[in-house]
Design a protein around this ligand. Structure first.
Ligand code: IPM
Ligand code: MG
Length: 385
């Protein structure tokens, strides 16, 4: 019993520190940086990290697309590409840090980052590099578009990216032999800023409805407040209808062909956003087809929606990994840095390659095209536009 009392005292102290730290984080959010005006910038530095597993393969291919699209901008010095080494699982394990200090310092010298998937270990103490980067760079908005044109589906998911179960996911409490507890954090400013980002997007893109997706019937403090804050923000957007859904039924709705094309914009706490966007990407054609942006007021990171696919690597099928997801992420990156024409051009090429022409088909396995052949096709298509 004594041992348990000691563990409980330690846990209470740990919890107290977490509370103070999270309040401090919320205070910092209130003083947000003014967003960068990319259109007015003379030089934009794009950092590139290959990551692990299939990461270096699909990133390498995406770089070829970038070189083709941005030939002039790179030559004139408007765009500077910076390769950043060291975001590999080997180096992260060796340094015992999710993002080694020197790598983080390099990343912070860039305006935007294109990132290949990084391996996240189950258990242990090493935090996910994604989660660490999202926190360190305060990338609070995870935006994941999914479209299925033949069904009239055009969804955009706004996943809160720094809070929920992720904020303290590596820092829960164990009372050995008795129980384990993790925490979920929902802050006022943290919720308000993701809600604002989603509603602004809806307003600027002619969207008429927003779905708030939580489990507020069960998690009354965190999800309950998340939903309330979204409704408060919604008051500034009178033309947009807002509906609440629970995550379980929304998961079903996305596979219900009778209603799924009525949804447009979704706002979700972190973990639900993680899960449901894999489902949505799969409906679009597979997780290998969806890009993802992680944006904050100061930095932005663009990546594939999926992970580093270690099983694919073990099977020796890495070269057959579909680079579409990270090429789509490149499109989002170009839009973010105000190179809208280039982004439109890339979107057009990808739509031709993946939807209308489909001359090169990938299956993710050796019975389909490999990443290089598919990317050659994208580049050839780009040249014709
Ligand atoms: C994602 C991924 C990450 C997440 C993993 C790799 C930590 O699944 O970006 O959706 O859980 O957020
Ligand atoms: Mg995920």
């Amino acid at each position: 019993m004594d041992e348990i009392n000691v563990s409980v005292d330690k846990a209470v102290e740990h919890f107290r520190n977490l509370l103070l730290e999270q309040i401090e984080r919320e205070n910092r959010m209130e003083k947000a940086d003014a967003p960068k005006d990319f259109a007015a910038m003379e030089q934009i530095t794009v950092g590139v990290c290959g990551g692990d597993g299939i990461g270096p393969i699909i990133t390498r291919e995406t770089m070829r697309v970038m070189d083709e699209l941005l030939k002039e901008e790179i030559e004139s010095g408007k765009i500077v590409i910076k390769n950043i080494e060291g975001l590999t699982i080997e180096n992260r394990e060796a340094k015992g840090k999710a993002v080694p200090d020197d790598v983080l310092a390099e990343i912070k010298t860039c305006d935007v980052l294109l990132k290949g998937p990084t391996t996240t270990l189950k258990g242990g103490t090493l935090e996910s590099a994604n989660v660490a980067l999202r926190r360190e760079l305060d990338l609070y908005a995870n935006v994941r578009p999914v479209s299925i044109p033949e069904e009239g589906i055009d969804w955009t998911f706004f996943r809160e990216n720094t809070e929920g179960e992720y904020a303290l996911g590596s820092r829960g409490i164990s009372i050995p032999g008795k129980l384990n507890m993790d925490f979920k954090v929902t802050t006022e400013s943290g919720t308000r800023r993701i809600a604002r980002t989603a509603f602004e997007f809806a307003k600027n893109n002619g969207k008429t409805n927003v779905a708030i997706v939580t489990k507020a019937n069960i998690l009354k403090k965190t999800d309950g407040r998340f939903s309330e804050i979204c409704h408060e923000v919604a008051k500034d957007y009178p033309g947009i209808t807002v509906d609440d859904y629970y995550i379980d039924i929304m998961t079903a709705n996305l596979v219900n062909p009778r209603i799924r094309n009525t949804f447009q914009v979704f706002i979700l706490p972190n973990l639900y956003g993680d899960i449901i966007t894999d489902e949505a990407a799969q409906l679009q054609g597979g997780v290998g087809t969806a890009g993802s942006s992680n944006t904050g007021d100061r930095y932005a990171m663009f990546e594939a929606i999926h992970g580093s696919a270690p099983r694919k690597m073990e099977r020796g099928e890495g070269e057959y990994a579909n680079p579409s997801s990270i090429i789509r992420a490149l499109e989002m990156l170009l839009r973010h840095i105000a190179l809208t024409d280039k982004a439109d051009k890339l979107k057009k090429a990808m739509d031709i390659c993946l939807e209308t022409e489909k001359k090169v088909v990938m299956t993710g396995h050796a019975d389909g095209a490999d990443a290089k052949t598919f990317t050659d096709y994208v580049i050839e298509t780009l040249k014709k536009i």
